[in-house]
Design a protein around this ligand. Sequence first.
Ligand SMILES: *Cc1c(COP(=O)(O)O)cnc(C)c1O
Length: 404
Amino acid sequence: MKIPFSPPFIDEDVINEVVDALKSGWITTGPKVKALEDEIAKFSGAKSVLCVNSWTSGAIMMLTWLGVKEGDEVIIPAYTYAATALAVIHAGAKPVMVDINDDFNISIAEIAKSITSKTKAIIPVDIAGWPCDYKQIMDLVSSEDILEKFTPTSYAQKKLGRILVLNDAAHSLGARYFDKNIGTECDVTIFSLHAVKNVTTAEGGAICLNMPAVFDNAELYSELRRMTLNCQTKDAFSKSKAGGWRYDIVGLGMKINLADVNAAIGLAQIRKYDTLLSQRKEVAARYCKAFSKYDWAVIPPQISDAKESSCHIFPLRIKHATEEQRDNIVQRISEADVAVNVHFIPLPMLSYFKELGYEIKDFPQSFKNYSAEISLPIYPQLTNEQIDYIVSTVVNAYNSEKII
Ligand SMILES: *Cc1c(COP(=O)(O)O)cnc(C)c1O
């Protein structure tokens, strides 16, 4: 049995929606993007939602909008996908990496230790779809001693009056935090709509705006929408109308808008996301039940009083496994034609970040989690037969590796 890691969900409804965009005579940013933004706003509860062409470009734009510059610091976890750090660097600031908890998410105690007068933003990451401790993070940035340290150096920073919290929610569309879907916990939440994510537009991202009351989120949406289109005062849709030719460029924009042909894929998916999400949860539940029989298997958190995972990744860990033993197990699983992954290689282990001076020895929990981690396939199309085959493949691979 050959099992892929994360194939996209493409059914007749997805195909029809794309064909509808193609036949409409309008294929770039227009009605499909607007409809997708409305669906994501409804689903997440966010005040305004702006779609862009990737999580990465959306994060660069939001940090640029915040006015970060050389010397400014943005706190991120060492355990995440590289885009979290690269966005900070592209925006002109320095990523300050901190270690994680056993649950893979950024440690609040480590954040608190790392805040300086240069800190302008914090980017927690909901690894695997498990929400971070947002109440604690929001309390922290609003606490008196942290407010005292805050030194705004741009218009947006002055207006906000504290450190901005931007959720890297690339994994957590549909995750729950205190009985609400993720999307309203912090100032800005960005979902990724990349091909492997829970809802996809092939490439794409959705920026949820929940800035505090001093900001008008609808106004901010218009300002940022323009910024995604080269800061041009008229978009292609209005310019395509007779007589609408004159425009102006009012700032240094980016070109990061999402196209309608892409949005159509995600639009058809999010309309049935409740079903797709519950199918993911069923896969996770079957893994949990199967692996609970083995004391060497560390099952990732799925549900607690405050949180519920969006089951984007199933990060199984092998108790006491060294990095080498995990690699051997992954190799054996791959030989049985089951595609697994490791999420993530901590950033300080990647060449570019090493060259910048980050060292893995400073992030012991990140290294520990990484060494023992194997991400199993998880998606709505997986059958029970496939899940059981994956489980027995993992168990066999474990048994042939001698781990004390
Ligand atoms: C996928 C991913 C991103 C980047 O998303 P893109 O849409 O590909 O830019 C950022 N952060 C995390 C944690 C991711 O997994």
